[in-house]
Design a binder for this molecule. Structure first.
Ligand code: ATP
Length: 252
């Protein structure tokens, strides 16, 4: 059974159809990418899946359960996590405090220095930071981190809700080549260690074609092609509307 299934999903803003009759199936443990030009509807699709937007039509199923119309925090509680395209961190808190706050929020608690939950979260936050390679920055104010490290922290915040399915919106946007390389290696390792199912959007085709098992291509709100990287790379319509002459070989 697929862990994530999208059936006939549509979203209109006024008279404009940003997402149009999209079907998508993601299997357990799969790394799946949604690609397409600017404005194709990728972020809107993600917001429909995570409950941040309500669809005009269609359904979203997680492990066979219909979650359409369910509030975002409840969907998150069902094991579907998300990191946002724009960073979602508290810039004035330390790196450790950011992760601890996310762990406490997942348990429905606020930060309370004397509570047992808070003390437990301290150790967990340190372990989580170690797993994403940010221990050395634990006491740093989050807003002073490099852009790449802030995106790593954002991944840590998303992992604090212990997701089984993780949606990443442009995880390497704005990164240098070396930051991109590190982040992709990190995401692959975390996905493997935690047996995560990943769905991500990305404009860097070298990243997409090096890690995705399956790719769906969106254009003007519709999925115009989906399949394994070899099939998508060879698709004439995809080449015409999106890939063009972009390098799509694996990153060296
Ligand atoms: N709240 C909104 N109200 C009106 N139109 C919207 C809204 N959100 C998105 N759109 C429009 O829907 C279309 C799809 O936008 P979306 O952000 O989902 O595309 P995208 O594929 O994620 O683009 P990008 O790659 O640039 O992030 C765009 O034309 C956008 O202007």
């Amino acid at each position: 059974m697929p862990v994530l299934e999208v059936c006939g999903l549509s979203k209109s803003f006024g008279g404009f159809r940003a997402v149009s009759d999209v079907d998508l199936v993601v299997a357990e443990g799969e790394i799946a990418a949604v690609i397409g030009p600017n404005g194709a509807g990728k972020s809107t699709l993600f917001s429909l899946i995570t409950g941040h937007l309500q669809p005009t039509a269609g359904r979203v199923l997680v492990n066979g359960r219909d979650i359409t119309g369910v509030a975002p925090h409840k969907i998150c509680g069902m094991g579907l996590g998300r990191s946002f395209q724009r960073t979602n961190i508290f810039p004035k808190l330390t790196v450790l405090e950011n992760v601890r706050a996310a762990l406490l929020a997942h348990r429905g608690q606020g930060p309370n220095f004397w509570s047992r939950a808070n003390r437990l979260c301290h150790g967990e936050a340190q372990a989580l930071l170690a797993s994403i390679g940010l221990s050395v920055h634990a006491p740093a104010t989050a807003g002073t981190l490099s852009y790449g490290n802030q995106k790593q922290l954002e991944l840590g915040i998303a992992l604090a809700s212990d997701p089984k399915i993780l949606l990443l919106d442009e995880p390497t946007a704005g990164m240098s080549a070396s930051e991109t390389h590190e982040t992709i290696a990190l995401i692959e390792r975390i996905a493997r260690e935690r047996r995560l199912t990943l769905l991500f959007t990305e404009h860097d085709m070298a990243v997409v074609f090096s890690i995705a098992h399956r790719i769906a291509v969106m254009y003007q709100g519709r999925v115009i092609a989906h399949g394994d990287p070899v099939a998508v790379r060879a698709d004439a319509q995809v080449r015409r509307v999106y890939l063009g002459d972009q390098p799509v070989g694996p990153r060296s």
